[in-house]
Design a protein around this ligand. Structure first.
Ligand SMILES: NC(=O)c1ccc[n+]([C@@H]2O[C@H](COP(=O)([O-])OP(=O)(O)OC[C@H]3O[C@@H](n4cnc5c(N)ncnc54)[C@H](OP(=O)(O)O)[C@@H]3O)[C@@H](O)[C@H]2O)c1
Length: 249
């Protein structure tokens, strides 16, 4: 029965988040919101992360490198003493037709989006709070609807595979009290969309029933909700943030 109170979206005081993609649009928004919620944050990117804050441990991380992933998680736990939220927002798009895609490009995109998620979950497991830990991975509307040449087959395939990696780990780790989630954005107004021409932007917006791109803050808000006690009975979910692009999933 409800006690009628309305707690904030996430109270993360005393909690520690490990965030990848913290140099990118969505990852940066997650770091900012986690800090606002009171968390200490290990913020990782290949480039230098744009945070100068005593509650941020900035780390350089190539997410496809297993040893680097393991060391970065270890550094986070050594610095802050615990690990509560693992937020994997690093990712990359491909491009072009399947029949013209070099194997090397396929492997790079799959490794960056899918294999990195496996590596991060694998190396976070030992440290993440049990019970209470939460992992959030990043899919895409391309993972529901097949995508297109704008992001390529490896992107759509790797993002679809994350739906089941999320379900798999959610089942395996539920007895530990660890929850695992996926967010699946449609177009989000971040540097990832800078590759598109004006015509492609126009075509994409026309295809969105709500008529506008999502923002990085909206995606970060969904991540914080999934980490929060509001979502304590949710695991293995796939949150659709596609401005109505995907409605039958
Ligand atoms: N923007 C969209 O329209 C959209 C739509 C659906 C899903 N998504 C997903 O949302 C997530 C975040 O994307 P975003 O929109 O924030 O894009 P973004 O601004 O381009 O950021 C991408 C981030 O991924 C990091 N990254 C890429 N490859 C990496 C690697 N091998 N090792 C470590 N870090 C790597 C980048 O780090 P560096 O910059 O430091 O290299 C950057 O921080 C991605 O998973 C993306 O697929 C985005």
């Amino acid at each position: 029965m409800s006690n009628g109170s309305s707690p904030a979206l996430l109270d993360a005081s005393g909690r520690v988040a490990f965030v990848t993609g913290a140099t990118g649009g969505i990852g940066q928004a997650v770091v900012r919101m986690m800090l606002d919620a009171g968390a200490q944050v290990a913020a990782t990117g290949r480039r230098a992360v744009p945070f100068d804050d005593e509650n941020v441990l900035p780390l350089t991380l190539e997410v496809t490198d297993e040893n680097a992933v393991s060391s970065a998680v270890q550094s986070c736990v050594e610095k802050f003493g615990r690990l509560d939220y693992v937020i994997h927002m690093a990712g990359m798009v491909g491009k072009g037709r399947l029949d013209e895609m070099p194997l090397e490009d396929w492997n790079t995109v799959v490794n960056t989006n899918l294999t990195s998620s496996f590596l991060l979950l694998k190396h976070a497991y030992k440290h993440i709070a049990k019970p209470g830990g939460v992992a959030v991975l990043c899919g895409s509307s391309n993972g529901y609807n097949g995508g297109s040449y704008l992001s390529g087959a490896a992107y759509a395939s790797s993002k679809a595979a994350l739906v089941n990696l999320t379900r798999y780990s959610a089942k395996e780790w539920a007895p530990d009290g660890i929850r695992v989630h996926l967010i699946s954005p449609g177009p989000v107004d971040t540097p990832m969309l800078d590759r598109l021409s004006d015509d492609q932007h126009e075509g994409l917006k026309d295809a969105l029933p709500l008529g506008h791109y999502a923002t990085a803050d909206e995606c970060a808000g969904a991540v914080l909700f999934l980490c929060s006690t509001h979502a304590a009975s949710m695991t293995g979910t796939n949150t659709n943030i596609s401005s109505g692009l995907v409605l039958d999933s």
